[in-house]
Design a protein around this ligand. Structure first.
Ligand SMILES: NC(=O)c1ccc[n+]([C@@H]2O[C@H](COP(=O)([O-])OP(=O)(O)OC[C@H]3O[C@@H](n4cnc5c(N)ncnc54)[C@H](O)[C@@H]3O)[C@@H](O)[C@H]2O)c1
Ligand SMILES: Nc1ncnc2c1ncn2[C@@H]1O[C@H](COP(=O)(O)O)[C@@H](O)[C@H]1O
Ligand SMILES: O=P(O)(O)OP(=O)(O)O
Length: 264
């Protein structure tokens, strides 16, 4: 394993860099603040903390959007974060909206992935409903590890105006969260997309974030070959190849959708 942790000085620089980024994005758009979805997880919690540092609590609007598969613990943590940050927030149940989609397209009923992704997309629609109405930007909460392997719903939680913590690997998200004062229970929480019951990121991805971060830093974002990465990290070459495969197959999620070149 390699040590991707920041020094204290680097943590402060990251904090300043990200809060400055949020202010610049809002100023450049002439927006009146930001909206973000709060799930009780560490990514949205850290993003909320940094947004309040950047803009002040009056300029941050949280949305807590429970589905039937959301755990009560996560939803109460999400509300706790909003209250601790003293931001305005709404709690909106999304399942009736998902049900109305299935009532017009019942063929997808029981399709765990399609319905799970529809939940993420319904949340995206609600984020933009509020953002349009209040002249705000939608803050994304995705990190560098999720983006690299496409572990997000295209046009769901991926439908945002900017990604303030998109430069941080998952382990670094936890480290910065602790540094800015996020309570330890949240900083140490198991990551879950909660698109269906009992889902966890590491189970679904089939790899720990520790190993994923190391492979991304060494091989995908770094210069080492598959074999050298496997030797350095003491993992199988197949594991490195699998991460490379997830990275390559998910390129379409990170790119602007293509169109044919104009004909001369
Ligand atoms: N951060 C999180 O914790 C989080 C949040 C939401 C979703 N997720 C996870 O993300 C995953 C989302 O599922 P998904 O990736 O199957 O669904 P998706 O809808 O995000 O992406 C699949 C869709 O992308 C398009 N597509 C596929 N291949 C393409 C290609 N080569 N070129 C262009 N378009 C292409 C198709 O429309 C396809 O239906 C799930 O594993 C889910 O659990 C994680
Ligand atoms: N229940 C939720 N309420 C509000 N926002 C949510 C909820 N679940 C997810 N989100 C948003 O989507 C991203 C990604 O979610 P994962 O839990 O990582 O799938 C999350 O950070 C929230 O902004
Ligand atoms: O995106 P979040 O806030 O739900 O965090 P996690 O993915 O760690 O659950």
């Amino acid at each position: 394993m390699i040590d991707l942790r920041f020094s204290d000085g680097e943590l402060e620089r990251q904090r300043d860099h990200i809060t400055e980024f949020i202010r610049e994005q809002v100023d450049a758009a002439g927006a009146d603040g930001v909206v973000l979805g709060l799930s009780g997880g560490i990514d949205s919690t850290l993003t909320g903390y940094l947004a309040v540092e950047a803009l002040g609590s009056e300029n941050v609007h949280g949305l807590v959007l429970p589905a039937t598969v959301s755990s009560e613990g996560n939803m109460s943590d999400a509300e706790l974060v909003a209250r601790d940050l003293e931001i305005s927030y709404d709690v909106i149940e999304i399942e009736p909206i998902v049900d109305s989609l299935l009532s017009v397209y019942p063929e997808a009923e029981g399709d765990r992935e399609a319905v799970g992704n529809a939940r993420a997309r319904v949340r995206g629609v609600l984020n933009y409903l509020v953002a349009n109405h209040e002249s705000r930007l939608v803050l994304g909460t995705g990190n560098r590890s999720e983006a690299a392997v496409g572990y997000f719903t295209k046009y769901g939680d991926g439908a945002v105006d900017c990604h303030p913590i998109g430069n941080l690997y998952k382990g670094q998200v936890r480290q910065l969260a602790r540094h800015v004062g996020v309570p330890e229970e949240l900083a140490a929480k198991t990551a879950t997309a909660e698109l269906w019951a009992d889902q966890t990121d590491e189970d679904e991805l089939g790899i720990s974030y520790e190993t994923l971060d190391d492979i991304l830093a060494t091989h995908i974002d770094g210069p080492l070959s598959v074999a050298a990465t496997a030797r350095l990290l003491e993992v199988d070459e197949e594991t490195v190849e699998r991460v490379r495969g997830m990275y390559e197959r998910s390129g379409h999620k990170r790119d602007v959708p293509p169109a044919p070149d104009p004909l001369e």
